[in-house]
Write a protein that binds this ligand. Structure first.
Ligand code: PHE
Length: 337
């Protein structure tokens, strides 16, 4: 083995490898080819094994040639890699292409339950008359739920409210939102303009129009002068806001121990199938109740009303059975989107 023979082997390898490199079809194939040529056990290393048989003078010379060949092959492997990987990237992008315009899974859109929806509608209308929302409490005491509202313990009107009593003496679940009148008056003097929406409870056999749990919105206005005419005007506007501007109201004499005079209010609107429907009770706040709330009935007057939210929601949405409000059936709620 002499210098010329070794050099020829290297040059042949270079020429041959160059064609194979440019023919490599994938980066994986190219990687394999690269290490079979340039690696520790590659073809170049193999050829250089013959170096030991050369005279000492020739060894550096063949080293120079070997480095040249190595560098040339290295360069063509790199160049080929650039070309191949660009193509492979494009191929991969094509293969993994996602169609961003494909419709995704439909989001589940919720809806407001008709009870809070109705309370919100009432709140919006009443706030245009300057009423603000206040809160009573669901657990009340006999004194505030009944006695301070002019309903003494043995009064037959208690029969109007079938009460759920707690074990603690004198404590009960409020039967109406009217005790909120007392709490509001006691908390701050007149002028008062509040609505008190909330949950009430009665010992009732549940059917399509009665629940043991239901909602009311109480309204209370106390000022130096407040008349039945003001009450009538505001409730008429409330009815129009809830049932359309063609809705009409009718006031009938009613009875509540905490208002004097008391009225029952009916509403009717074009297309309402059932004619006049009673939606609320109201009246001028009884002087005794004003006094119980710490307000002088000589200088101040007030009116109050209480409406049943379930009944209004049923009328507004044509819901025949109020038990649907408590069942939490998503199919029922989906109807109110
Ligand atoms: N609290 C009465 C009821 O539950 C309604 C009402 C409220 C009547 C305010 C007059 C004034 O039936």
């Amino acid at each position: 083995m002499d210098l010329a023979a070794l050099e020829k082997q290297l040059r042949t390898l270079q020429a041959d490898a160059a064609t194979r490199i440019s023919a490599a079809a994938s980066t994986a194939e190219l990687d394999e080819l690269g290490s079979s040529l340039l690696g520790k056990r590659g073809a170049i290393t193999e050829i250089l094994r013959g170096i030991g048989a050369l005279p000492a003078d020739d060894r550096p010379k063949i080293g120079v040639v070997a480095n040249e060949v190595r560098a040339a092959l290295d360069a063509s492997v790199s160049a080929r890699r650039v070309a191949l990987s660009a193509g492979e990237l494009l191929e991969r992008i094509e293969r993994e292409r996602v169609d961003a315009t494909t419709p995704g899974p439909a989001p589940r859109i919720g809806s407001l339950h008709p009870i809070p929806e109705t309370i919100a509608a009432i709140t919006e209308i009443m706030s245009s008359f300057g009423f603000v929302v206040a809160e009573g409490q669901e657990i009340e005491d006999d004194v505030t739920n009944f006695q301070l509202l002019n309903i003494p313990e043995d009064h037959p009107s208690r029969d109007l409210w079938d009460t759920l009593y707690l074990q603690e003496p004198g404590r009960l679940l409020r039967t109406h939102t009217s005790p909120g009148q007392i709490r509001t008056m006691q908390a701050g003097g007149p002028p008062i303009r509040v609505i008190l929406p909330g949950r009430c409870f009665r010992y009732e056999a549940v059917d399509a129009s009665h629940g043991f749990e239901f909602h009311q919105v109480e309204g209370l206005l106390v000022d130096r002068s407040a008349t039945l005419a003001d009450l009538k005007g505001i409730l008429d506007e409330l009815a129009k806001g809830l049932f359309g501007s063609a809705a009409r109201t009718r006031f009938r004499p009613g009875y509540y121990p905490f208002t004097e005079p008391s009225v029952a209010v009916d509403v009717s609107w074009p297309g309402s199938k059932d004619g006049w429907m009673t939606i609320l009770g109201a009246g001028m706040v009884h002087p005794v109740v004003l006094e119980n709330g710490g307000i002088d009935p000589e200088t101040h007057q007030g009116f109050a009303f209480g409406l049943g939210v379930e009944r209004i929601a049923m009328l507004r949405h044509g819901i025949p059975d109020l038990r649907a409000f408590l069942e939490n059936d998503l199919r029922f709620l989906a109807g109110f989107r």
